[in-house]
Design a protein around this ligand. Sequence first.
Ligand code: NAD
Length: 553
Amino acid sequence: MHNTDKVIRAPRGNQLNTKGWVQEAVLRMLMNNLDPEVAEHPQKLVVYGGIGKAARSWEAFERIVESLKELEENETLLVQSGKPVAVFRTTKDSPRVLLANSNLVPAWANWDTFHELDRKGLMMYGQMTAGSWIYIGSQGIVQGTYETFAECARQHFNQTLQGTITVTAGLGGMGGAQTLAVTMNEGVVIGIDVDRTRIEKRIETRYCDLFVESLDAAIALAQDAKEAGKALSIGLLGNAAEVLPAMLSRHFIPDIITDQTSAHDPLNGYLPAGMTIEEGNQLRAENPEEYVKKSKASMAVHVRAILAMRDKGAIAFDYGNNIRQAAYDEGVKNAFDFPGFVPAYIRPQFCEGKGPFRWVALSGDPEDIHKTDEAILREFAHNEHLCQWIRMAQDKIAFQGLPARICWLGYGERARFGRIINDMVASGELSAPVVIGRDHLDAGSVASPNRETEAMMDGSDAVADWPLLNALVNTAAGASWVSIHHGGGVGMGYSMHAGMVVVADGTKDAEARLERVLTTDPGIGVVRHADAGYELAVDTAKKKGIHMPMLGQ
Ligand code: NAD
């Protein structure tokens, strides 16, 4: 039996606990996902994103750890929704682990079926990087969030958010990045959360400046900072479905309105209006149907308030939690009047295969990440935007768990940087191997019609072949672990997506794998968008020589 009070933390240093660095990397990243500095509720195995878990049960976790310790360099461990189910002989270039999380046959792909299976111990919700063991804390989303707000500033506010107020809700594992991303863009933000511990965590990790309990105080502070042109983030304790209508009744209209509560999961991710957290917990346990009913009704109120703010001039966008769909199902027929953040701000980056590339120092030594930061500044000096990001990240981002870095790199850049990192491990400049991975929210790894693939120009929003091809080709190319998930980000029935991680251990084998995987992975992103007809993606494919038979090349 596992003692759930035990604190899980990845081993550090360059001593192996397994039979090779790839297995070691898997072990450390699984444990890092559950590090209390990293995970939102580690005792429940919950990493982030509502109930996004790293393993199905503590027993499954222990068996995974044991299997990884025994795994040979030519074997592959299979994990089915957080439970280790088999080890097969494969090859040294095969992934050491293959994972499939939360996948349901389409006609059964809904929360009711999932919860029933979850209660019976037959499934777990993997969210995105939770179940595929490459979550790195809130930093994982910071640059994406920063890029989103930066593009919003370029389109609507003269290049900067200085002198603007953003209102959002949900300061959880991912949503907590919003406060920092807005201040990085020089703006003012009020981030509403019902759970004081979440706001406190963001303050501790320097993602948020102030904790405020009164709406009037939050508005006054925000307006003063806006007038002074100062960046400021305010964590406001409250329920968004109550606070937004209260803002409207005070005639307070922010410049930007969005939301990152875990609305994708109405049972576990969203607290209905008018309830304390304890009352919510009790209702959830005693009458889950009633909870979901209340939760969705509150989301409708929440979305109506967003629409009302938009009518009064606020820039509104959905931030990837499917709240528009819930409101629409509740009868808010114009819920989709405001766009999702991908078509509004991010898609051009996907057309160049750009997305949230990340790497983690298995040594646990922050110095290793600082050295890779220097490598980016040196090797990508021509890319001022990227260099500015790295300098800002060095200054403002506190590491959680194993030291890690994220930056958006595109096709060609990822393979190049992978080689550089591997060389740095080989030469001993870095004190241990490095893990390279990405979010599932990437150019070619998701089908999610209310998010990453919303409003595709050829109407192919719901085509889910692409993330499956992504996982298959990354497996063929020799990624270290590969995963196929359903329901991440936007909930059951609304997405299919794939994860990928590859280890740079300084060997020649790793060099070849990195070259292949860091080409196929962003390559699928370019191809998916070129196939849909995006000119930028077609140009990228042509310029980079990506072989697409239907493009005549
Ligand atoms: P999380 O579960 O860690 O955090 C959700 C937060 O919302 C919690 O702190 C909770 O207290 C708060 N909350 C719940 N109901 C509330 C209410 N009514 N009013 C105010 N606060 C409330 O989840 P997360 O990892 O931060 O992800 C949040 C959402 O964003 C998810 O739906 C996720 O899928 C989505 N997401 C979006 C992106 C993106 O880039 N757009 C990336 C990752 C996740």
